[in-house]
Design a binder for this molecule. Structure first.
Ligand SMILES: Cc1cc2nc3c(=O)[nH]c(=O)nc-3n(C[C@H](O)[C@H](O)[C@H](O)COP(=O)(O)O)c2cc1C
Length: 180
């Protein structure tokens, strides 16, 4: 049941960030209220304008606005959320989540959130298969983070293997199951 639910979509610097647009669209269509938190790198892959338009809310990236000192409260965001999904989740962000590093708004929000957390990894096959990445995913699972497994197939690099982010519809269905 996604109707009326508050969902944070975290977007990181992966080529699969374009799929986050369809994910947000699908969640809004299902009746959820969506806030998008992007890492600074994610803005290079998909524009905040696209994500703000689809989510019907301003995008959150920085801790504060240097022009006027207004700051984004990761604590309030964490309290607001019924679920937090990081899609796509890069190897870098997974590693930081597993280690408790808090050097951007997405990560501080993750550490503050008390709701179910879902990650949808997206990366090249060797990055995904790397023992460090697998250990980080295992650590996150042990902490209660749910994983929407990446698919096996053609990757942006031209190679083929496991690492393709799950399709947005699959992630919407997964969240529906988590929140029922
Ligand atoms: C074109 C391009 C595509 C990339 N795609 C991915 C990806 O799919 N998955 C991944 O883990 N890293 C990918 N990277 C590397 C990340 O952008 C890099 O590790 C970055 O530090 C991630 O930062 P973030 O996790 O804070 O968003 C890509 C880099 C480039 C230049």
């Amino acid at each position: 049941m996604l109707e009326g639910k508050h969902i944070i979509v975290g977007v990181t610097g992966s080529i699969a960030a374009y799929k986050a647009a369809s994910l947000v669209r699908g969640l809004v269509k299902a009746g959820a209220e969506v806030r998008v938190v992007m890492t600074p790198l994610a803005k290079q892959f998909i524009t905040p304008l696209t994500m703000a338009t689809l989510s019907r809310n301003p995008i959150l990236v920085e801790f504060f606005n240097p022009e006027n000192g207004e700051w984004n409260s990761h604590v309030s965001l964490g309290e607001w959320a019924d679920a937090f999904v990081v899609a796509p989740a890069t190897a870098n962000t997974l590693a930081k989540m597993a280690a408790g590093i808090a050097d951007n708004l997405l990560l501080t929000t993750y550490l503050s959130a008390r709701c179910p957390i879902v990650i949808a990894p997206a990366m090249d096959l060797e990055m995904y298969a790397h023992p460090t990445t697998q250990a980080n995913i295992a650590t996150l699972r042990a902490l209660g983070v749910e994983v929407v497994e990446p698919g096996d197939g053609e990757l942006a690099s031209g190679l083929s293997g496991k690492g393709r982010m799950a399709e947005p519809e699959e992630i919407v269905d997964f969240l529906d199951g988590v929140l029922c």
